[in-house]
Design a protein around this ligand. Structure first.
Ligand code: GLC
Length: 428
C-alpha cells in the first residue's frame, strides 16, 4: 500500500539545523535515557523518578531562545520515550507529567515557546513502551531476563497496545495545533533502511497509523522509523559518506547527533564533542544534502546544563556569521570536487559556493574546475576579500590541474572562527 507523504518540505531542507530534546523522568537518574532497560529496572523501582519529577526551573522560552541563538529553526521533543512516561497530558494513561509533582502538561508550553520564537515544532514519540502492560516483554524490555515474569506476561496483547499508540499519536496531532515533524522511534529494522518488511510495521499498524497522521496533519514531515517509507531518513550518531540514496534515488535525510553520546541528561559523562566538531558535522551533512538534529538532554529541574548551553552558544556564534553557508544550501554540483580538508556547500538560488576550511591551507587553495570562473571571493566571517593568487611553480613542475582557480590564503587563520568559510561568487 502506498502511503501519502508531505509535499511542503522546503522549509526543512532550507533550515538544515534543528534541536532535538530528550527529556523525561530518566533525567533524574541522569545516566542515559535507556537506564531502565540497561539496568533492568522494574516499574516499581523506576517509580521514584516519577514521584520526584519536579522541573521547577522549566522555562521552554529559554530553551527556544537558546535554540534560535544557535541558528536552529526547528525543535523536536520527546513526548514519550521508551520508558513510557508521557510529558503530555494524555487521556489514555496516568503515567504522565500531570500526575508528577511537576503537575502539568509540559509539552504545551514547549509548543507555545517554539512558536513564539519562530521555531517549527516536532514531536518524537516512542513506538516501543516498557511501561505499558500490553507491550510485549521483548529482547529490549527491562524485564527480558526475568523468566517467571516473562512467562506470567506471555499473554500480552499487541493489538491493545497498538490502539493505545494510535490513540496517543492522535492526541498529539489533534491537541497542539500544527505540528511540523513527527519523529517516530524505534523500529527494529531501521538500520537496514527497511520498511514494510520488519515485524515492527505490522506491530505498530504502521500503514493505518500513517493514514491517520496524514488525515490529521497533511503537512507534517514524518521520519522512516515506523518502517513505512515516509519523508526523511535518520542516520543516528554517524555521518553518511555521501548523500543518502534509497532504491537508487537521493532521499531527504537528517542526521541526529548527541553532544556527548547520550540523548538523555547524563551527569557523569565526559564524552563531549567540541563545538568545532559539531560545526564540521553540520557542514559535512549540508555538503551531502542533509540536515543535522542536534540533541540536548535537559536536567531534571528543567534546564539545559552549562556544558550544553556553552556548546549551543559556540555553534550560535559560528552560525551568526555563517548561516548563509548553511541555510538554503546543499551539495555542490558533481563536477566541482572540493579541495582536500574542505567541504563545499552551495546555494542553488544565488549560485554562490562556500568553501569550508576544515584545516588551514598552505597559502594556496586550488578550486578545480573553476579557473576563470571566480568573479569574487571573500571570507564570510568578516567580508574581507580573498584574491586570486599566482602559484609560482605551476609552469615548471606542474602538479596542479590547469583548470584550477588559485586563491591566495593568508598565513594566519582568523582568530576565534571554528571553521573559516570562503564565499565564492561565480561568473554567470
Ligand atoms: C534510538 C534510541 C533512543 C534515541 C533515539 C534518537 O533509537 O533508542 O534512545 O531516542 O534513537 O535517535
Amino acid at each position: 500500500m502506498q502511503t501519502r507523504t508531505a509535499t511542503d518540505t522546503a522549509w526543512f531542507t532550507d533550515a538544515r539545523l534543528g534541536l532535538f530534546v530528550h527529556w523525561g523522568i530518566y533525567s533524574l537518574a541522569a545516566r542515559h535515557e535507556w537506564v531502565m532497560t540497561r539496568e533492568k529496572i522494574t516499574n516499581e523501582d523506576y517509580r521514584p523518578y516519577f514521584d520526584h519529577f519536579d522541573p521547577d526551573l522549566y522555562d521552554p522560552r529559554q530553551w527556544a531562545r537558546d535554540a534560535r541563538a544557535a541558528g536552529m529553526q526547528y525543535a523536536v521533543i520527546t513526548t514519550k520515550h521508551h520508558d513510557g512516561f508521557c510529558l503530555f497530558d494524555s487521556a489514555l494513561t496516568d503515567y504522565k507529567a500531570t500526575n508528577t509533582p511537576g503537575g502539568r502538561d509540559l509539552i504545551r508550553p514547549f509548543v507555545e515557546a517554539c512558536r513564539a520564537e519562530g521555531l517549527r515544532v516536532g514531536f518524537y514519540y516512542s513506538l516501543i513502551d516498557w511501561h505499558h502492560p500490553e507491550f510485549p516483554v521483548d529482547g529490549h524490555h527491562p524485564r527480558r531476563d526475568d523468566l517467571p515474569f516473562r512467562e506470567a506476561e506471555a499473554g500480552r496483547d499487541m493489538a491493545k497496545y497498538r490502539a493505545y499508540l494510535h490513540g496517543q499519536v492522535r492526541e498529539l496531532l489533534t491537541n497542539y495545533g500544527q505540528i511540523d515533524v513527527l519523529w517516530l522511534d524505534f523500529s527494529y529494522s531501521w538500520r537496514d533502511w527497511g520498511w514494510s518488511k520488519g515485524k515492527g510495521a505490522d506491530d505498530w499498524g504502521a500503514h493505518e497509523l500513517l493514514e491517520m497522521v496524514r488525515d490529521l496533519q497533511p503537512n507534517v514531515l514524518v521520519n522512516n522509523r515506523s518502517e513505512v517509507r515516509q519523508d526523511f531518513f535518520t542516520p543516528e550518531q554517524y555521518q553518511p559518506r555521501a548523500w543518502m540514496h534509497v532504491d537508487g534515488a537521493p532521499v531527504m535525510w537528517e542526521a541526529c547527533q548527541t553532544l556527548n553520546g547520550s540523548w538523555g541528561y547524563d551527569r557523569d559523562n565526559l564524552d563531549w564533542k567540541s563545538p568545532g566538531m559539531l560545526i564540521r558535522m553540520l557542514v559535512d551533512g549540508v555538503s551531502k544534502g542533509g540536515n543535522l538534529l542536534l540533541n540536548v538532554g535537559p536536567t531534571a529541574r528543567g534546564e539545559f546544563d552549562p556544558r550544553a548551553r556553552a556548546t549551543l552558544a559556540a555553534v550560535g556564534s559560528w552560525m551568526h556569521h555563517h548561516a548563509r553557508a548553511v541555510r538554503g544550501c546543499t551539495q555542490a554540483p558533481a563536477d566541482l570536487p572540493a579541495p582536500p580538508d574542505c567541504r563545499y556547500t552551495w546555494n542553488p538560488k544565488t549560485g554562490r559556493l562556500y568553501v569550508h576550511l576544515f584545516a588551514w591551507p598552505f597559502r594556496h587553495l586550488f578550486l578545480d574546475g573553476l579557473a576563470g570562473k571566480v568573479a569574487y571571493a571573500q571570507f564570510l566571517h568578516d567580508g574581507s576579500e580573498v584574491r586570486l593568487g599566482e602559484y609560482e611553480d605551476a609552469g615548471h613542475y606542474p602538479t596542479v590541474r590547469a583548470d584550477a582557480a588559485v586563491l591566495a590564503i593568508p598565513v594566519q587563520p582568523p582568530v576565534g572562527v571554528e571553521v573559516p568559510v570562503l564565499e565564492v561568487f561565480l561568473r554567470g
